[in-house]
Design a protein around this ligand. Structure first.
Ligand code: F0G
Length: 452
């Protein structure tokens, strides 16, 4: 294992500790000296640029690849391979990730009080979430490094993605998920893709603790988001987005915050783009959490970002039900250097925002909808101005949590919760299925009354 790790180090990338700056072996997750997280750096870029090319040549090359039939070029991740760790083509596990659409959301813009709003929909990835962009890189690295087993703790999307990439790459996979606290559709994915799936009687943070020990003792490669190769793959969403906007940065990018790898990855991408001369200014990157799972918000508000404030997380947006986020330091660095901010939103605000995104014919899972709910607050506070350009990163597909959507429209999502009374305000957004007699007249009557 170590031999292949060292071999990878000879390539243009290295792992460096975000705390003390020491270089680590290529298959590690934390610094052996200070236990901080690692990040990938590219000493080979110095002077010559990625792949020996300057920004203008790379922009052109990546565009040209869009019409290429080569498997790597058809991936929205590997199309940008010059800014990724070098992995031999035969080891790459890809299922056509990335290349996700950017949608305009005029009604949501109006509801938030701004002129124009875009959503980059990462739920349109092969397994229905943004996790695929990072998984293709980290799973490929695992295979190249000679691992037979990969594993993750997850709130459901990482596990679905890992199980798929492991299956495609001929690797075995182990999934640890919190019992009863993830959506059935995500659980069903990891079963279908053939992972060994364990529901532990704990929360996500408890699953992480168990798994960290397991991977210390067994030759199993960890694919949680502390994995620096996942962060590299997740960077490509920002390259795709900026390419879509002809390399003119939007004013704001708004992302949901759970374990905080996504915000870290998008921030790293933009930092690199600025360093490499792709863009001349950074968009403000803001992170939104659920009120019941708000460790980053508390860390910034209560300690000025110096010391993590872990919480006992609880939210119906189960994907971000995380109280002890691993990548908090990386996320804080991104928020600071991009002059972004953090905000938290209530369960009611999440449900409302999700229904508004759905009503645009787009849809997303609850964790993604925190972005719109957060944007509304940021506009009210004056942090986002009505004429500024804003992109929401929607992280998961609407079908990831159909249960939530059905309960919302039937009006029983908040039944028996402290939000029951407040949820009555959502009534006009609910579209419950109607049960009718099988008669033409009944349907026509209904249409006539709907027209009114
Ligand atoms: N949105 C969705 C749909 C997610 O699944 C997650 C995280 C996030 C947002 C938060 O991203 O952790 O990078 O800040 N899901 C992980 C999982 C934890 O196991 O699937 P983050």
């Amino acid at each position: 294992m170590v031999e292949s790790a060292i071999q990878t180090q000879k390539n243009l990338s290295q792992l460096r500790c975000i705390g003390c700056g020491r270089i680590a072996l290529a298959d590690r997750f934390r610094c052996e000296h200070c236990r901080d997280l690692l990040e990938i750096i590219y000493p080979g870029w110095e002077g010559r640029g990625p792949g020996g090319l300057d920004a203008a040549s790379l922009k052109q090359l990546w565009r040209e690849r869009q019409s290429s039939l080569e498997t790597r070029d058809q991936s929205g991740v590997w199309r940008f391979r010059e800014i990724l760790p070098a992995i031999p083509q035969r080891q790459i596990i890809t299922i056509g990730e990335g290349n996700t659409p950017v949608y305009e959301l005029p009604h949501c813009a109006k509801s938030a009080g701004i002129h124009q709003l875009f959503a980059k929909h990462q739920g349109m990835n092969p397994t229905g979430s943004f996790k695929d962009t990072g998984m293709t890189v980290a799973a490929s690295f695992a295979r190249q490094a000679g691992y037979k087993w990969v594993a993750c703790a997850s709130t459901g999307n990482t596990s679905a993605s890992m199980a798929a990439y492991a299956a495609r790459g001929g690797l075995h996979s182990l999934v640890l998920i919190p019992d009863g606290k993830i959506s059935w559709s995500k659980l069903s994915q990891s079963l279908d893709y053939g992972a060994i799936t364990c529901q532990l009687k704990t929360d996500f943070d408890g699953c992480v603790r168990v798994l960290n020990e397991v991977v210390e003792r067994m030759p199993v490669y960890l694919l949680n988001s502390v994995n620096p190769y996942r962060v590299e793959g997740q960077k490509t969403v920002a390259f795709e987005l900026l390419e879509h906007f002809a390399w003119e940065p939007p004013d704001h990018i708004i992302v949901p915050g759970g374990n905080l790898a996504n915000s870290s990855a998008i921030g790293k991408a933009l930092r690199e783009m600025k360093q490499l001369g792709f863009i001349s200014r950074l968009p403000k990157i803001s992170v939104i959490q659920a009120e019941g799972a708000n460790p980053l918000v508390r860390t910034i508000r209560e300690t000025d970002g110096e010391k993590l404030v872990p919480v006992n997380a609880d939210t119906m947006a189960t994907a971000i039900r995380i109280g002890n986020p691993a990548s908090w330091k990386k996320a804080i660095r991104v928020i600071r250097e991009s002059a972004g901010t953090v905000e938290q939103v209530s369960e009611i605000e999440i449900a409302l925002a999700k229904s508004e995104i759905g009503a645009e014919g787009i849809g997303c899972e609850p964790a993604s909808a925190v972005t719109l709910a957060g944007l509304k607050k940021l506009v009210k506070q004056g942090f986002v101005k009505p004429n500024e350009s804003v992109v929401l990163v929607l992280t998961g597909h609407v079908l990831k949590d159909a249960d939530f959507t059905l309960k919302f429209h039937r009006g029983d999502l908040f039944e028996g919760t402290p939000y029951q009374a407040e949820s009555r305000a959502l009534k006009s957004h609910q579209r419950s299925p109607l049960v009718l007699d099988p008669s033409v007249g009944a349907v026509i009557d209904l249409l006539r009354s709907a027209e009114k």
